[in-house]
Design a protein. Structure first.
Lengths: 280, 287
């Protein structure tokens, strides 16, 4: 009788204490007022914190949206053809090609981003060579701009996009396609009216698994974007680790979570929470 | 990450792909060429890292430089020459092993509960599934920040313990999901047969269930290890005095990256990719 509860007890306790309770603590912190001198905080139901933080940092929220959105769009467009190719033409080498898609994950996330800083730097392997060949003006630079941040985000999160797409395309029953061709579908029609609709759940999962982490990312922004184009993740980690403004940081985190929850709820409603395990 | 291991078995009848008629000659090469280009793009930064781990340093400070100064294996010989980097690496290894052990046990138990029991006997299963989904899908920065908020509120000093608590917390759901996916085809009749032959429930679990679900557990453990060893966002919030490898490297970006970072990156990459290739080759042998 008790078996299912005993089996899930350790996980339940751990997730309650270190996932759900922290979220409640975060909400409570966002409504507290702290004494800057002593660091002591009291719950004052200071709802104005949200308004203040949003009026201060709404541009950073918008920047995060633009950058994460651009990177996700690039990843979806770039990885669809390769996912399609591996799923349909990978043959016996499918696992090898999937490993190639996962190759970035074998290098630490921070090191990957540092290497991109290295590659995109003004005198680095790419720009330096192009400038040496007089194909680019000496003043040309990428590092410290939004383009560098989007490039870093797109590279770092590409596997998160490509894998769900691969899973979705791989699952398409080839007989459905044969049927389409038997009914005189052109290649274009077969793609837009059969393959694309069948991959919509995968596209949604890919979007969710890429956009949400990219939205909160600050490593790419700090390393590649410099002090310009600050994203909301940078502000949150500054509030918690540099300025020690816990109520402010908590309020911003709560807003970010609320935004992410819109996508998460939409996914759970449309596709069900269990489907996510197929795309991880 | 699990897709490599879980890739569907080949379906010979459908392996040819959807070609209604022979493709035109040159467009046939378009998709493979494009795919290899993307693979080259994914590998390129790693190649740069590996190459520059052999770069000489001409300035006084040992930092990676943008210009190629000549080949040297100096940084491989002096791989432990930066004390902070080396100790952070071993901390990350210890942390990942401890977090993997805990998360794998806890996550596997949860997966067993989710696979075997449905709502009349397991009330709250849907809620547990929703919490797991939320845990996986929520932005990591929010989870890390909220954990820091908790540790501050209960005045728990940040260090190895807080890192371990946090790493297990974000790994459990991934392990449970990975193990459950592998448990789906499990035949309960085998356990009943063992019981019929007089095995008690512990013996049945040890001799029948555990060996059968072992591949799933290993996949889950691999997932937990990969998540833990490479975690930066949460670790940066809860690390305090104990600095794991990614947090150390991030801190070093402000003062200059010592060449040993690229050495560590290259060696970890080499070991990881060799293991992955070995597992692909082995799984093909079995099949």
């Amino acid at each position: 009788m008790l078996a299912p509860y005993l089996l899930s007890l350790p996980a339940g306790v751990w997730l309650l204490a270190l996932f759900l309770v922290p979220l409640v603590v975060m909400l409570s912190l966002s409504l507290q007022s702290c004494n800057p001198a002593t660091g002591a905080c009291v719950l004052t139901w200071h709802w104005a914190e949200f308004g203040q933080q949003l009026s201060l940092y709404h541009t950073q929220f918008l920047t995060s949206f633009y950058f994460a959105g651009a990177a996700t769009l690039i990843d979806l467009v770039v990885s669809f053809p390769i996912a399609y190719w591996i799923a349909f033409y990978g043959g016996s080498k499918k696992n090898f090609f999937l490993l190639m898609l996962l190759v970035p994950f074998f290098v630490s996330f921070v090191i990957r981003t540092v290497v991109w800083e290295f590659i995109l730097s003004d005198q680095g392997v790419v720009l330096g060579a192009l400038k040496h060949a007089h194909l680019l003006p000496q003043s040309f630079h990428v590092l410290g701009t939004g383009y560098a941040v989007v490039a870093g985000l797109a590279y770092n999160y590409l596997p998160f996009t490509a894998l769900p797409l691969y899973v979705a395309i791989e699952r398409i029953d080839r007989r459905v396609l044969d049927a389409a061709y038997d009914l005189y579908a052109t290649k274009r029609a077969a793609f837009t009216r059969v393959i694309l609709p069948l991959t919509i759940p995968g596209l949604f999962a890919a979007f969710l698994l890429t956009f949400i982490p990219a939205l909160g990312d600050y490593v790419n922004q700090v390393i590649l974007g410099g002090t310009n184009n600050t994203m909301i993740g940078t502000v949150i980690q500054n509030s918690f680790l540099v300025t020690l403004d816990y109520p402010g940081g908590s309020a911003l985190s709560a807003v970010l979570l609320a935004i992410a929850l819109i996508g998460i709820f939409a996914y759970a409603r449309l596709l069900g929470t269990r489907t996510i395990e197929e795309y991880l | 990450m699990s897709a490599v291991a879980t890739a569907a078995p080949e379906r010979p009848a459908q392996a040819a792909g959807p070609t209604p008629r022979p493709r035109r000659r040159w467009t046939r090469f378009l998709l493979p060429a494009y795919s290899w280009l993307i693979i080259a793009y994914l590998v390129f930064p790693i190649a740069v890292m590996a190459l520059y781990s052999f770069n000489k340093v001409t300035t006084g400070l040992p930092q990676v430089s943008f210009s190629w100064n000549g080949f040297t294996t100096q940084w491989y010989q002096e791989w432990s020459g930066v004390p902070g980097l080396t100790s952070s690496f071993w901390l990350s290894i210890r942390l990942a092993i401890a977090a993997t052990l805990l998360a794998t046990v806890i996550g596997t138990l949860l997966a067993l509960a989710l696979v075997r029991y449905r709502p009349p006997r397991f009330r709250g299963r849907v809620f547990v599934e929703q919490v797991m989904f939320l845990n996986i899908a929520a932005p990591e920065i929010v989870l890390g920040a909220s954990l820091l908020g908790l540790f501050i509120t209960i005045t728990l000093a940040r260090g190895f313990v807080t890192l371990l608590l946090a790493h297990v917390a974000f790994s459990i759901a991934y392990v449970a999901v990975t193990v459950r996916a592998r448990l789906a085809g499990f035949d309960r009749a085998l356990e009943e047969a063992a019981a019929d032959l007089g095995a008690n429930s512990w013996t049945t679990f040890r001799k029948i269930t555990l060996p059968l679900i072992m591949p799933g557990i290993l996949a889950g453990a691999l997932m937990a290890f990969a998540l833990s060893i490479d975690d930066f966002v949460t670790s940066n919030f809860v690390s305090g005095a104990a600095v794991p490898f990614p947090v150390w490297v991030y801190g070093a970006t402000r003062i200059g990256i010592p060449p040993q970072v690229f050495v560590f990156g290259s060696v970890i990459f080499g070991v990881g990719i060799l293991c992955a290739f070995a597992s692909i080759v082995l799984s093909r042998r079995k099949a």
